[in-house]
Design a protein around this ligand. Structure first.
Ligand code: SF4
Length: 436
């Protein structure tokens, strides 16, 4: 019999859980310090009691920035084996979390497979699954139906669930009156909004929040408070709809903490670069330091096909200013379901953003690998460079495809014998420098 319910409850009782010990070691942080942050809600370890094979990770702005990869089958791409291959390769590429956003067929076997085989944190958005689970149209579902799906996901071992608890009937008027350019672009948020509009009822995830907290406490499911009103274009960034919802998310964070339920807060989508730091600061204040999980932010609206780059720019600045968790964005964003190559590009871009932010934040040991890379570059040790690279395979393939004329040369074809590194090494060794 466990002496605690959630990781937060354990931290508050001064009990060091096995998950905390692993996270403290990974983060090179004293266990007591980690537990202090967890007791306050500033760090979470999403680890459902039924996800036995999890390799736990901590999420908090004082820890390494983590990345999430969204996968799952849809009506147009419904091969579970291909999706599982994508999951495993995402984990191998360094994704700490996988969100299963499946929107077709019987989703439970795949979800259970994930929580019995995948070591990464598993997240879901139960409202997506509700329609599929019951195979009934949205308007026919009851509040109880939605809550039952949250319970099912908790029983299946899901570590964190995105719940759009922050929009209420007041939001309907606000969206109608405020005249945003992009209204609501959150898929889950739009479903909740549509259900409220059709039934005339209050948001079930808001109205029955206490019941949800009981479920999350029982299975130690971390709530990721979804931001239904996240801006879907630069013009809507930091507007009244976004901030009003954020205030409610702050209140809901407090209520979760009173139940020892761990909480993350989801953040904006499209935000101009100069507003990102302020957004992070406002979130930190209103949500009392709860880990911030950002969806981008995308810093321009005009780069479909390259939104992994717009998101990486925003993600790096967001994480440097306090975001703890980055949701990856692929080149297929706004266009199509990502394929294997899109997923890879999205992960690499997010890893670069997270790593850049960790260096800027001064996370212990974050820059060690960059220093190792510099040492390898100084001595033109190419194999060592590929070892240090985020994607060594691609780096090697590019070099191999365009080697210098003299195949044994230690330089590369960019400068050949004008190689600054080679010239400096020779000059400092007192050697003759041949250029022609
Ligand atoms: S040839 Fe130029 S680019 Fe290539 S390693 Fe030397 S300095 Fe760097």
């Amino acid at each position: 019999m466990r002496e605690y319910t959630t990781q937060m409850d354990a931290a508050r009782k001064g009990i060091a859980t096995p998950q905390m010990k692993i996270v403290a070691e990974k983060e090179k942080m004293q266990l007591e310090e980690l537990m202090g942050y967890m007791a306050e809600g500033k760090v979470v370890i999403p680890a459902n009691i039924n996800h036995q094979c999890i390799n736990p990770e901590g999420v908090g702005s004082m820890l390494r920035t983590k990345i999430n990869v969204n996968l799952g089958v849809s009506r147009d791409c419904k091969d579970y084996d291909i999706e599982l291959q994508k999951v495993m390769s995402a984990v191998n590429m360094g994704a700490e979390a996988i969100m299963d956003l499946s929107s077709h067929g019987n989703t439970e076997p795949f979800r259970k497979k994930l929580t019995s085989e995948c070591p990464a944190m598993i997240g879901t958005v139960p409202v997506y699954d509700s329609v599929i689970h019951y195979q009934r149209d949205l308007s026919t579902l009851t509040a109880e139906d939605f809550i039952d799906v949250v319970r099912l996901h908790a029983q299946n071992g899901v570590d964190f669930v995105t719940l759009h608890c922050g929009i209420t009937r007041k939001t309907i008027d606000q969206i109608k009156n405020h005249k945003r350019k992009m209204n609501i672009v959150s898929r889950g948020g739009s479903l909740v909004f549509a259900w409220m509009s059709m039934t005339g009822n209050e948001n079930p995830f808001y109205e029955y929040y206490d019941e949800i907290l009981d479920i999350c406490e029982e299975y130690d499911v971390t709530i990721s408070l979804g931001d239904a009103c996240r801006p879907g274009c630069l013009a809507d960034a930091t507007d009244v709809c976004q901030i009003e919802e954020l205030v409610r998310l702050g209140e809901l964070t407090k209520r979760a903490w009173e139940h020892n339920v761990q909480v993350m807060v989801e953040g904006p989508g499209h935000v101009p670069l100069d507003q990102i730091a302020a957004n992070m600061q406002v979130q930190k204040t209103i949500c009392m330091g709860a880990p911030f999980y950002v969806l981008g932010p995308l810093v321009t609206d005009i780069a479909p096909g390259y939104d992994h780059i717009t998101a990486a720019i925003g993600g790096a600045v967001a994480a440097m200013n306090g975001a703890a968790f980055l949701c990856y964005v692929t080149p297929a964003e706004h266009l199509a379901l990502p394929n294997v190559e899109d997923v890879k590009q999205g992960i690499i871009a997010s890893k670069i953003a997270a790593h850049a932010a960790d260096i800027a934040k001064g996370i212990k040991g974050a820059r060690d690998i960059d220093d190792k890379m510099a040492d390898a570059r100084r001595v033109l040790d190419w194999d060592a460079q590929f070892e240090c690279a985020i994607d060594g395979g691609t780096a090697k393939a590019i070099r191999d495809s365009r080697k210098p004329e003299d195949d044994h040369s230690d330089t590369c074809s960019m400068c050949g014998k004008f190689c600054a590194v080679r010239s400096m090494n020779k000059a400092l060794n007192g050697e003759y420098i041949d250029i022609l």
